[in-house]
Design a protein around this ligand. Structure first.
Ligand code: NAG
Ligand code: NAG
Ligand code: NAG
Ligand code: NAG
Length: 371
């Protein structure tokens, strides 16, 4: 493989070859740029071989274009963006985040239902009601709709109109944002995709793509099931535990008992809430560092040196903390424990299940449309 050879010329420190030692990172905000610049200066101050430059991208898409054309070398990206970077730009991964827990897994997407709802199977969801954290989110859209397409329950046909097909499939749902102009340019997305939404205390902002809609987000989707408006909620495996035991003081959450809920598994069976490792729609991988294929090794070596010095820092610059910059998850997720090398292709990082979910959206032409 070509990147294998390049690895041997990993950052040779002859003057003429200093360029091999330079990694330019594509950053997206002032706060991220500031952390990147602090890292670059600290790395130089600690005599770490190689050097870091920070270049500003307009958005994730722009960073992909820049890495492709060489005006940047690396950027950290989330699972959906890694797929687009690989599929549309032929980019690969140098390293991925490992959080506490299973290597490379960020969270599981699970399906929660009330224990009292009987005759419920994930293999027969037609006409059922559903609660989604938001339109076009990984948890609330990509994974559940990908699953329903893969199991042949939803078919989008030639029109490739996902909202219409989903609206025809479910009885009623709450998919916050589905009627926003950005996601519904022609204004004809089905109304029933907002019928399990409740808006704010004054019945305003129904189906809004923000917290004014009380069924928005993962907690909101859980609330939607707790309030009996939906048969199922698509959430993270952690969502229910984040809202129990007084962690959420809203009355719907205080009334919620773990015994009242169950997980639905993709094979049509059910399970307890703590069985998410075997009963989930998909594991969603952690963020990873996108690079050109020939840079896989070089960038990994540089990151390895950086994390050896700054990964566990108890004082001074800390690679996996964004404290002091006013935003979270800068350069890397704050939950990162360490970075691990990615030797295989980007699809190996995404995993077969998650890749299958994303492939269900192939007809949307991820590579041409402006997301
Ligand atoms: C590289 O791509 C970026 C983003 O599209 C663009 O702004 C820049 O002009 C390109 N540079 C070169 C040298 O092609
Ligand atoms: C930090 O220290 C822990 C315990 O010694 C170790 O397991 C971990 O790999 C270290 N992390 C990094 C990024 O070096
Ligand atoms: C190192 O990083 C810290 C922030 O953690 C920053 O305040 C400091 O200026 C940086 N050091 C150098 C030499 O730039
Ligand atoms: C997709 O559907 C096929 C056939 O129903 C099934 O065997 C496979 O496990 C499904 N894949 C995923 C990722 O759900």
């Amino acid at each position: 493989m070509s990147w294998f050879k390049v690895c041997r010329r990993n950052c040779i420190s002859f003057l003429a070859l200093q360029l091999f030692c330079l990694v330019s990172w594509c950053v997206l905000s002032d706060a991220e740029e500031q952390k990147c610049l602090d890292l670059a200066r600290n790395a130089t101050a600690r005599n770490i071989r190689g050097s870091l430059q920070c270049v500003r991208g307009l958005n994730t898409r722009d960073c992909m274009d820049r890495i492709k054309n060489g005006t940047a070398d690396a950027a950290s990206m989330s699972a959906d963006d890694i797929y687009a970077a690989g599929l549309c730009h032929g980019l690969e991964l140098a390293a991925g985040e490992s959080h506490n827990g299973v290597d490379g897994i960020n969270y599981y997407v699970v399906v929660i239902a009330r224990r009292s709802t009987s005759d419920l199977s994930l293999l027969e969801m037609h006409e059922r009601s559903s609660c989604h954290p938001g339109i076009r989110t990984t948890v609330g859209w990509t994974v559940p709709i990908g699953y329903l397409v893969n199991t042949s329950q939803i078919s989008v046909g030639e029109q490739c109109n996902f909202p219409r097909s989903v609206g025809n499939f479910f009885g009623y749902s709450c998919v916050p944002g589905v009627k926003d102009p950005q996601h519904d340019p022609r204004g004809n997305n089905p109304k029933n995709l907002c019928e399990a939404c409740i808006g704010d205390e004054n019945d305003r902002h129904i189906c809004a793509n923000n917290h004014k809609e009380r069924h928005y987000g993962e907690s909101g989707a859980l609330r939607c099931v707790a309030e009996n408006l939906g048969d199922v909620a698509f959430v993270k495996h952690t969502t229910v535990f984040d809202n129990l035991d007084g962690k959420n003081q809203e009355s719907w959450a205080l009334d919620l008992e773990i015994e009242d809920l169950k997980l639905l598994c993709p094979d049509g069976t059910e399970a307890g809430l703590d069985e998410y490792e075997r009963c989930h729609l998909s594991a969603v991988p952690t963020n990873a560092v996108v690079v050109r294929v020939e840079d896989k090794c070089r960038v990994w070596k540089y990151l390895e040196r950086l994390q050896n010095v700054f990964g566990n820092a108890t004082e001074g610059f800390s690679l996996f903390s964004s404290a002091g910059y006013g935003e979270s998850d800068l350069l890397f997720s704050d939950a990162t424990h360490h970075l691990q090398r990615v030797l295989g292709s980007y699809t190996s990082w995404l995993g077969p299940t998650y890749t299958t979910m994303l492939q269900a959206f192939e007809c949307e032409g991820k590579c041409v449309s402006v997301r």
